[in-house]
Design a protein around this ligand. Structure first.
Ligand code: ME8
Length: 672
C-alpha cells in the first residue's frame, strides 16, 4: 500500500476564497481522489495562514482583534471547500495550539543545529508578499514589488537569522538528485538559477508587531510568517501515527507566486532541522494564475469571482462539478488561463451536455430492460478499445499531475463513443427487430459508460454518482489497497438494469444563459487599466465633481449629468497639477479616508485627506503620479485633519480609480 500526501498553500485570511484559490484547492482534491481510486491511502491538507503584519493590519483596519478576524475568515475557508466538492482530510490553522507547538519544535531543532543566530536586519519588505526583496528584484523607480506593485517598506530591527546561505550547495545537490522536485520543468530551472546566483541568510523573526508565534526563549520576537506558515505541512502531522504514515509530503501544489518559498526555504529549513534528503517533500507543483478579463484574479484588483455563486448559477444540482471541470479543463496546468463565462457555458452545453450527458441519454430508451452478457461485434471491440486507451492516457496524465491532459484524453474516448452510437443506431436496430444486436450494443454502452464514470470521478464526483445511479450502480468508493482505475472495461452483472433518470446537464434556456452571462461578465471598467476614464472625473474628498473632456472608452451605464456651461476663464481658474504621493496612511476610525502627503512641486508636500481608503490601501497609492486640484479651499475633516487639495478620480458603479498621469511629468506640471 502506498500513501499520498497532497497540500494546498495555507491561504491568507485577508481575503475570502475566490476562483483563484479554488483552482489550487480543486487541483489538490482531484489529485487526492485520483490517488485514492488507485488504491493509495491519500491525505489532503489545507488550512489558513493567520499570522503576520498583513493580517494584523487587515484586522486593525476593521477595528477588530487579529484572532477574531482569523476565526471569522478561517471558518469561511473551511466551510467553502466542501461546497466545491473538496474533501480535505484536515484543516490546519496557524493560530492553533497544535501548530504553534509544532513550529516552535522545528525552530528549536534548527537553533540546536546552530543555524539560527541573532543579528540586525535592514532591508526592503513587501507586506503583500510578506517577503524581503533586494533592490535588484524590485521594479524601479520606487522599489515597487513585482507582484503587488506597491513600494517595499524599509525595515530595520533586531532579528533572528536563518543560515540560508550555507544551504545553497546542498540544495543544488538535492535538485540534481531529484530533477522532478519542481514541476513543470521550466520552473525547476528558475529555482536552480536563483540558488546558483547565491543565497543570503534569511531574517526569520520580527519585533515590530506581535501577531505571530513567539520565538522560543525570546518572546519579544515573533517568527517570520513564512517560517511559521511553511511548517504547517509538518505540524499538521504531529501524532506519531500520521507522521509515520504520510510524511514526507508527496506534493505541495502552489501558485507560481510562492514557488521560491516552497522550493528553496522550505527544504532548507527541513535540512537544518535534521531531515535527510529522503525525508524532504517529494514535489512542488507550481501552477499559473487564473485571470479574469486578462488580469490576475485577486482581491487587490477586486476582480474575484465567487466559485460557489458561479456553481449555483450554472446548475443547482451539478454546478459544482461543472466549475471543477472547467477549471481543470480550460486552464492548462502550469500556464496562466483566463476565466470566461462564455467558456463555462460553452463547455456545459458541448463537452458536458452534448458529449458526456448525451451518451447516457441515448441509452435511456432501454432503461428497465435486463442487460445480457457482452456479445461484441467489431464495432463494440473498437468502443472498448477507445475506453481503454482513454483510461491509460488519463492515468498517465493524472500521474504527471496534469488534469487538463487527463480530461482531454477522456473526451477523445467519449467522442469516439458518441460516434459509435451514431453508427450502430440502436433505436434503428430495435425497429428492425434485431434484439440480439440491441442487447449487445446497450450492454457495451453501459459498460464503457461505467468506465468513463470512474475516469471522471476525481474531477466530477457528483456527476459520476448521478450517472452511476442511472446505470444502476453505487457511487465510486475507493478502497485502500485496491486499484479501481478502469484499465479494463468493467463487466456488468448479467440481469442488471439501467434506470431512466433526469438529464444530468439539462440545456439552459436562453434567458437563463443570458442572465448567467451577465452576472459573470466582468464590468469593463473593473478590469481596464487605471488610466482609462469611463466617466467624468469625480473629486475625491466629497467636493463637487470636476468635468473633463475625456473621451469615454466604454459607455457609462447612465449618462453623466450635464452641468451648466463654463467659460474658458472659469476653467483657467482651476489649478490642476501633477502630484506624487510621498506618504500615505490610514486614519484611525475613519475607514474611508487616507491621510496623504503629496508633492505638487512646492517646497513642502501638501497634506491631503482623500476618501479613497475603500478602493486603495496606503501602499497602493504610495509613489503614484496623479492629478491634484490645488486651489480648492482647504477642507476641515475635524480632529485637526485639514485637506489642502483634492485628488482626481473616476468612478464607475462601485469602482473608483485615481486618474493617473504619465511618469515623465515632474510633480507640479500644470494640467490644462
Ligand atoms: O501566499 N490564480 O497565501 P494566499 C491561481 N499564505 N491561483 C491563485 C490565484 C489566481 N488568481 N490567486 C490565489 C499565501 N491563488 C501564503 C501561502 S503556504 C505555506 C503560505 C492561489 O492566500 C495560488 O495557489 O496569497 C497562490 O499560490 C495562493 O492562492 C496564494 O494564496
Amino acid at each position: 500500500m502506498s500513501t499520498y500526501y497532497v497540500t494546498t498553500p495555507i491561504y491568507y485570511i485577508n481575503d475570502v476564497p475566490h476562483l483563484g484559490s479554488a483552482y489550487t484547492t480543486v487541483v489538490c482534491d482531484v489529485l487526492k481522489r485520483y490517488r485514492a481510486l488507485r488504491g493509495d491511502d491519500a491525505f489532503f491538507l489545507t488550512g489558513t495562514d493567520e499570522h503576520g503584519l498583513k493580517i494584523q493590519r487587515a484586522a486593525e483596519e476593521r477595528g477588530i482583534a487579529p484572532k477574531a478576524l482569523a476565526d471569522d475568515v478561517s471558518r469561511v475557508f473551511e466551510e467553502t471547500w466542501p461546497k466545491l466538492g473538496c474533501e480535505p482530510n484536515d484543516f490546519i490553522r496557524t493560530s492553533s495550539e497544535r501548530h504553534k507547538r509544532g513550529v516552535q519544535e522545528l525552530w528549536r531543532r534548527i537553533a540546536a543545529n546552530g543555524d539560527i543566530y541573532l543579528g540586525h536586519y535592514e532591508g526592503l519588505y513587501c507586506v503583500g508578499c510578506e517577503g524581503y526583496y533586494t533592490e535588484k528584484e524590485l521594479e524601479q523607480p520606487g522599489n515597487r514589488c513585482p507582484i503587488h506593485k506597491a513600494p517595499a517598506e524599509v525595515v530595520k530591527e533586531e532579528s533572528y537569522f536563518f543560515r540560508l546561505a550555507s544551504y545553497g550547495e546542498r540544495l543544488l545537490k538535492f535538485y540534481e538528485d531529484h530533477p522532478s522536485f519542481v514541476e513543470p520543468e521550466g520552473r525547476m530551472n528558475e529555482v536552480k538559477s536563483f540558488v546558483t546566483a547565491g543565497l543570503q541568510d534569511l531574517s526569520v523573526s520580527r519585533t515590530t508587531f506581535d501577531w505571530g508565534v513567539p520565538v522560543p526563549g525570546d518572546p519579544k520576537h515573533v517568527m517570520y510568517v513564512w517560517f511559521d506558515a511553511l511548517s504547517n505541512y509538518w505540524t499538521a502531522l504531529q501524532d506519531p501515527e500520521s507522521q509515520a504514515k504520510y510524511w514526507p509530503a508527496s506534493v505541495h501544489v502552489v501558485g507560481k507566486d510562492i514557488l521560491r518559498f516552497h522550493a528553496i526555504y522550505w527544504p532548507a529549513f527541513l535540512m537544518a532541522a535534521g531531515f535527510s534528503d529522503d525525508e524532504l517533500p517529494r514535489k512542488v507543483l507550481a501552477h499559473g494564475f487564473l485571470t479574469y478579463g486578462g488580469h490576475k484574479m485577486s482581491k487587490s484588483l477586486r476582480n474575484t469571482v465567487s466559485p460557489v455563486a458561479l456553481a449555483e448559477a450554472v446548475s443547482p444540482t451539478v454546478g459544482v462539478d461543472v466549475v471543477r471541470y472547467c477549471l481543470m479543463r480550460s486552464i492548462s496546468f502550469g500556464q496562466d488561463g483566463d476565466f470566461s463565462i462564455d467558456d463555462v457555458l460553452g463547455r456545459y452545453g458541448t463537452d458536458l451536455g452534448n458529449t458526456f450527458g448525451n451518451l447516457l441519454h441515448r441509452i435511456h430508451p432501454f432503461a428497465g430492460e435486463t442487460l445480457a452478457v457482452a456479445n461484441d461485434g467489431p464495432l463494440e471491440t473498437g468502443l472498448r478499445e477507445a475506453a481503454k486507451n482513454a483510461a491509460r492516457a488519463a492515468a498517465e496524465a493524472f500521474d504527471a499531475s496534469s488534469p487538463t491532459r487527463a480530461l482531454e484524453a477522456i473526451w477523445v474516448g467519449l467522442m469516439a463513443a458518441n460516434a459509435y452510437v451514431d453508427k450502430v443506431a440502436p433505436w434503428a436496430l430495435r425497429k428492425q427487430g434485431d434484439e440480439t444486436r440491441v442487447s449487445a450494443v446497450v450492454t457495451a454502452m453501459a459498460e464503457v459508460l461505467e468506465a468513463y464514470t470512474v475516469m471522471v470521478a476525481p474531477v466530477m464526483p457528483k456527476v459520476a454518482a448521478l450517472m452511476r445511479e442511472q446505470l444502476g450502480l453505487a457511487a465510486v468508493a475507493p478502497v485502500v489497497g485496491r486499484d479501481a482505475w478502469p484499465f479494463e472495461v468493467p463487466t456488468r452483472r448479467e440481469g442488471s438494469r439501467l434506470i431512466k433518470g433526469e438529464p444530468v446537464f439539462p440545456r439552459h434556456d436562453k434567458d437563463v444563459a443570458a442572465a448567467i452571462k451577465q452576472q459573470f461578465t466582468p464590468p469593463k471598467a473593473e478590469i481596464t487599466p487605471v488610466t482609462m476614464v469611463t466617466e467624468k472625473p469625480t473629486a475625491v474628498a466629497g467636493a463637487p465633481a470636476l468635468g473633463a473632456p475625456t473621451a469615454p472608452e466604454t459607455k457609462p451605464e447612465t449618462a453623466p449629468e450635464t452641468k451648466p456651461e463654463i467659460t474658458y476663464e472659469d476653467f483657467a481658474a482651476i489649478d490642476l497639477r501633477v502630484g506624487v504621493v510621498v506618504q500615505a496612511e490610514r486614519i484611525p476610525r475613519k475607514d474611508r479616508l487616507l491621510s496623504l502627503k503629496v508633492d505638487v512641486g512646492e517646497a513642502e508636500p501638501r497634506s491631503i485627506i482623500a476618501g479613497i481608503a475603500l478602493a486603495y490601501a496606503p501602499e497602493e497609492v504610495l509613489g503614484k503620479r496623479i492629478a491634484v486640484l490645488c486651489n480648492l479651499a482647504p477642507r476641515d475633516f475635524g480632529k485637526g485633519l485639514i485637506s489642502h487639495g483634492m485628488l482626481m478620480a473616476a468612478s464607475h458603479g462601485t469602482v473608483l480609480k485615481l486618474v493617473a498621469v504619465p511618469d515623465e511629468l515632474p510633480p507640479g506640471s500644470p494640467i490644462k
